[in-house]
Design a protein around this ligand. Sequence first.
Ligand code: AMP
Ligand code: MG
Length: 421
Amino acid sequence: MISVEEARAMVLSGVSTLPTERVSLLEALGRVLAEDALSDIDVAPFDNTAMDGYAVRSEDTGGASEDTPVVLRVLDHIAAGSVPTHVLQPGTASRIMTGAPVPEGADAIVKIEDTEGLEAGGGAGGTVAIKRPATRGDHVRFRGEEVREGQVILSAGEVISPAAVGLLASTGNVVVSVHRRPRVAILPTGDELVDTDERPGPGKIRDSNSLSLAALVLAAGGIPVVHGIVRDDEATVRSAFLAAAADADVVVSSGGVSVGDFDFAPRVLAEIGSVTFHKVNMRPGGAQTYGVINGVPYFGLPGNPTSAYMGFEMFARPMLRLMQGISAIDRPVVRAVLAEGISKKPGRRQYLRARLEPITGRDDCVVFSVVLTGSQSSALMTAMHKANCLLVLPGDGREYPEGTIMDCLRIDVDESVGVLG
Ligand code: AMP
Ligand code: MG
């Protein structure tokens, strides 16, 4: 049986990024920029003030203090969005509001708290007392500080964060080029399944995997295309798989991959495509089938909800990220202290659904404890819902007493966070 690492390497080798498309800025959030974005202007477009106050010539304010203020004549009142109409001469200042252009002749701003309006309340045509000396450049935000016209504001390969959306917006990039989102066909298989909007009759259950897998596809940046329930009949499975592969970048099915009498997926895959592997050394979800149908990657996930989830998390999610040009595909690993001892029979490597909690009472560093979130049956989803990590338990059958330091994969933070702990 192959290891998770070997299986991942097989699944991810040769994955290429999808073609690009041009989308509006908000649609680009979280996606990868496919070509460098340039700025069409200087940002800031002009020198402007970071404070409400007075634009001054710094040399005029030398020696100013609370007791010996310098009195300047006020030429102008410059609001944000307006254009100064006066050039500062020796002995003059202009009242100016945050974001307004610094007038010609001024080289510093004195904030309003360090001044006192005299004649005309310190407005245009009046006078102002300056109570603190200014240094050239004080509170001035300079033209082009963020970026110069024609320069790169964001490079190809960068993930578009909310801050990047702001940068792109300020530089005229309202439409950007990103890698296309992968279309993922989702095929639930099983004679016991009914649609989620139905109340299951005798012997039936709701098809919940289609929805949880669709949610996982969305969370990984893909577009879920949920197909109807596929019945456990070889010919039906075959035609459903072929139809799905004809219209998707990735096909994901759930159920029918084991050794049951009606588990047709591996057999059908071997017939219409190729099987790369059909078992992985992991629990839950060891009955992972992976292969290719007409050039389209196919994941045969087990039917048990947590097994299907795990197969998606470990193999499909990193593939979908690579297809979108996102290179960070490894969940951060945290080392944490076992809050309760664990002993399991020897067997496959286990990924236990668990919760990391910072240990309180330490302020020198963050130390996590880890505790299981409930029954680890692969048929149950509550423990997965409550989990923020997957506790890795080697299948060596050893007893892991309370206090042992264990590796945990954080599933609550993005892969781009990198290795933690
Ligand atoms: P299978 O992998 O087909 O043997 O199914 C394993 C278990 O998962 C069985 O108990 C199925 O009833 C259950 N199962 C299969 N498909 C789904 C689904 N789409 N939603 C929820 N449970 C499912
Ligand atoms: Mg089945």
